[in-house]
Design a protein around this ligand. Sequence first.
Ligand code: PHE
Length: 467
Amino acid sequence: MQSGNAARGSFGSQLGVILASAGSAVGLGNIWRFPTEVGKGGGAAFILIYLGFIFLIAMPVMISEFIIGRSARSNAIGAFQKLAPGKLWVAAGIMGVLGGFLVLSFYSVVAGWTLHYTIQSALGQLQGLQTTVNGQQTTDFAAAFNAFVSDPWQPILYIAVFLLLTHLVVARGIRHGIERYSKLMMPMLLAIIVLLVCFSLMMPGASEGIRFLLKPDLSRVTPEVILGAMGQAFFSLSVGLGCLVTYASYFNNETRLVSSAMNVCIIDTMVAVLSGFIIFPTVFSVGIAPDAGPGLVFITLPNVFLLTFGEMPVAGYIFSLLFYVLLLLAALTSSISMHEICTAFISEHFSHSRKRAAAIVTIVCLVLGSFCSLSFGPWQEVTIFGRGFFDLFDYTVTKFLMPLGGLLITVFVGWWLDRKLVEGQLTNDGSISIRAMKPLLFLIRWVAPIGILVIFLNELFPLFMMN
Ligand code: PHE
């Protein structure tokens, strides 16, 4: 039953494969995290290091995930059980599914904030001095943001709505759910990006923002920045959790794994860089210092919209609305893939219908997501290993499960799996030729595992390695 392709569902077209995988990759990580990392990490210098990590390490992990998924045609855990029965490799799958639950839980919190800001901008409240804090009107976006995220109920309501949207797509299955909505949302997302880049480059003084983004400042490149670039590359390409193992299990035999991976990496990197071109020229044109993290998107940008468009309310309205819609679409296409890691496992392992499996995932993530949200408010003091739930989940996934998963996946494909099977997957059983087969296998066997190991050890023993 499990291997029955028709029973499991499959993507109907190559475009669907690329847009769904790129949808997973393009997310909050690209639109706000990448630009701020670039700003902190020395502009163009950071971009070059990041590109190195994308193409030398993260892409080989992605291709390895594709190989595992398509050859096993099973969920992230089932795939390892099939390819290596009775072996400990299944741990990589278990970590992935666990990671899927954790990442969807904390991601939904930020996605929920995005939903709130989208609605606020649609109602014209962002650029019209209309923010209300404790019943009083204020233009203090930092206060408004803090009041909102620390509220015990409101953010949880938005998490629930966001998870429900994700649920509705996943519950419909691969072709009618994930593929169909990726094909709808990704072109919208790309069109909005192009529009916003045009808007932003037309702002007076935009060139200063571009200079900030692109000036290669080598003095800012510290070991920490290099580590940050690697973490960013992994998170941004959604690798290490078996998300792409799951998606690849729905690829058909004609899907070209290497060129699909290349396309996804190129789209993801393009969106990340273009987001920088949206954010920095805009921020600099009104002379505000760029902030890092959530503050940039939920505090700095509303200020920018307000200041810049005080004179041009309609343009301000459109810009802010398009920006948050963009962020929301990006979050949604990514959260669908996180949800799918867990739904595919529960449905196949426990023989539940897809709808029921999806409902279980949604409910579990709503509970865990609420914990994360409460860690910004009433549960601020509740910590485990010194971290609130949000930070704990974020840390566990990005610093631990993703790199360890990536390491296991590349070693599994590079050293454990039968070489014939690997080459058969890469060449679609000899029907296409892969020019760079040798270098690619070298990346999978040596460069990616060693690179990840060095960085992973550095995360675990920061003091030992840094100094
Ligand atoms: N790649 C997504 C982003 O950039 C995040 C993600 C992580 C998606 C893990 C799926 C799995 O936002």
